[in-house]
Ligand binder design. Structure first.
Ligand code: NAD
Length: 418
């Protein structure tokens, strides 16, 4: 089937982006070599629904090296890089996506990808899984399973499983230790500030960053804000996370109070309506608002539009809203994931681990789907450890191993063992 992309002539630029990341994803390269021999997806159709940038493109190549017919489709309309997608198509991988697709186009692209009748899928945020279940029930017998990339998608899968509607097995890649400890924390921590800084070209040191959500992503964003010299305020709803933030040296308060102090506001809760009309009026003129959570529902841009007297594009990816009070508030990337919609996403070395988990989890589903009933599964602990080991190996590092004496000591319970 023909691909649906913007401009094939962009392929050389996209290819150079893929060529830059590929040698820096060394765990994935080891997986690729294994797949070339074992061909776990021989003759199978795989649809990959992720942010379509260079690291994802390389994952698509690795899955294809395992024998699959791969189709890629966007998990977010603003993170698609048209040059990268063009490069994939030129290399014979089918793609249905373009940057800034309308809601209608985005949904249509998902349908076109599903026309390939996938055996296996990789999803990010749950749109592909929910589209299959709600609009393409005839595919439910064909899809044997897949893997989900992010916190929000895993939450949606659990809701589907709880309601008894999830019809195939999905691996919660997000919940593997080699995912959230590195991707959510260090990846989001670095790439969110990269996105904000390259978009605004403003200083962070000495300013106040208000971060909503102190989960794995929020911790990374806060840690890097501190490193850049910002004062950090955390907004949370979970008292344990709030105590953790306090002990990590941050101020903690509700958003309605924090609104007065922030120069930068970053939402990363996976929840909805975190910054809204209750808060805008309290903010300093010049405040910058952005989101790093999966969906564009955390900063209530619709309400900001309603109360603003005017709006204009202040700079690429920055919308200025002027309120009746004269305050000017700036929203980055329309409130979509700032690190992907106004940046290149996580560093290649971080996505190396995430996408190695994705590739190995998909192989696990391909080999074991006969034994897996519909539901949400954790990443097999052997896969998690394998990725960690391969990462150390690729960095030329080794670690200690337990001696037999230590093993016996750890397994003993009698007082004589002390
Ligand atoms: N930008 C990226 O590249 C990227 C990467 C990974 C995950 N994500 C997305 O980021 C979001 C967060 O992921 P995570 O792994 O940190 O999740 P998490 O569950 O570890 O953390 C979310 C935190 O938000 C808090 N929270 C919920 N509602 C809140 C509210 N109303 N106010 C303040 N805090 C609230 C929760 O208590 C929790 O501590 C998800 O949508 C996830 O899919 C984005």
């Amino acid at each position: 089937m023909k691909s649906t992309i913007r401009d094939i002539s962009l392929a050389p630029l996209g290819q150079s982006k893929i060529d830059w990341v590929a040698p820096r994803m060394q765990v994935l390269n080891i997986v690729r070599q294994e797949f070339e021999k074992t061909q776990p997806f021989a003759g199978k159709n795989v649809v990959i629904c992720l942010h379509l940038e260079a690291k994802t493109a390389y994952l698509a190549h690795v899955v294809r090296a395992g024998g699959a017919n791969v189709t890629v489709v966007a998990s977010n309309p603003l993170s698609t890089q048209d040059d990268v997608v063009a490069a994939l198509v030129q290399q014979g991988i089918q793609a249905h996506a373009w940057y800034n697709a309308t809601d209608e186009e985005y949904k249509h692209h998902l349908q076109l990808a599903l026309d390939t009748e996938p055996d296996f899928i990789i999803d990010d945020g749950g749109d592909l899984v929910s589209t299959i279940h709600t609009t393409r029930p005839e595919l439910l017998k064909k899809v044997k399973g897949g893997a989900e990339e992010t916190t929000t998608g895993v939450l949606r899968l659990h809701s589907m499983a709880k309601d008894g509607v999830l019809k195939f097995p999905m691996i919660a890649v997000n919940d593997a230790q080699c995912k959230y400890l590195f991707d959510n924390r260090y990846g989001t921590g670095q790439s969110v500030w990269d996105g904000i800084m390259r978009t605004t070209n403003l200083v962070v040191a000495g300013k106040t960053a208000v971060i909503a959500g102190y989960g794995w992503c929020g911790k990374g964003v806060a840690m890097r804000a501190k490193g850049l010299g910002a004062k950090v305020i955390i907004c949370e709803i979970n008292p344990i996370k709030a105590n953790e933030a306090l002990m990590d040296g941050f101020e903690v308060m509700p958003m309605v109070e924090a609104a007065k102090f922030g120069d930068f506001f970053i939402t990363v809760t996976g929840n909805t309506n975190i910054i809204n009309k209750e808060h805008f009026g309290h903010m300093k003129s010049g405040a910058i608002l952005c989101n790093a959570g999966h969906f564009d529902v955390e900063v209530n841009v619709a309400q900001l539009k309603e109360i603003a007297l005017s709006e204009r594009t202040a700079r690429n990816n920055i919308t200025e809203y002027t309120l009746p009070t004269g305050q000017k508030l700036y929203v980055l990337a329309e409130g979509r994931l700032v690190n992907l919609a106004a940046g290149d996403g996580h560093p290649a070395e971080v996505m190396d681990m995430t996408f190695a988990l994705q590739a190995l989890s998909l192989e696990y589903v391909a080999v074991n789907h006969h034994k897996l009933s519909p539901g949400v599964y954790q990443v097999n602990s052997e896969i998690d450890e394998k990725v960690a080991q391969l990462k150390l190996q690729s960095l030329g590092l080794s670690i200690d191993t337990l001696t037999q004496e230590q093993r016996t000591y750890l397994a003993s319970w009698s007082p004589e063992a002390d």
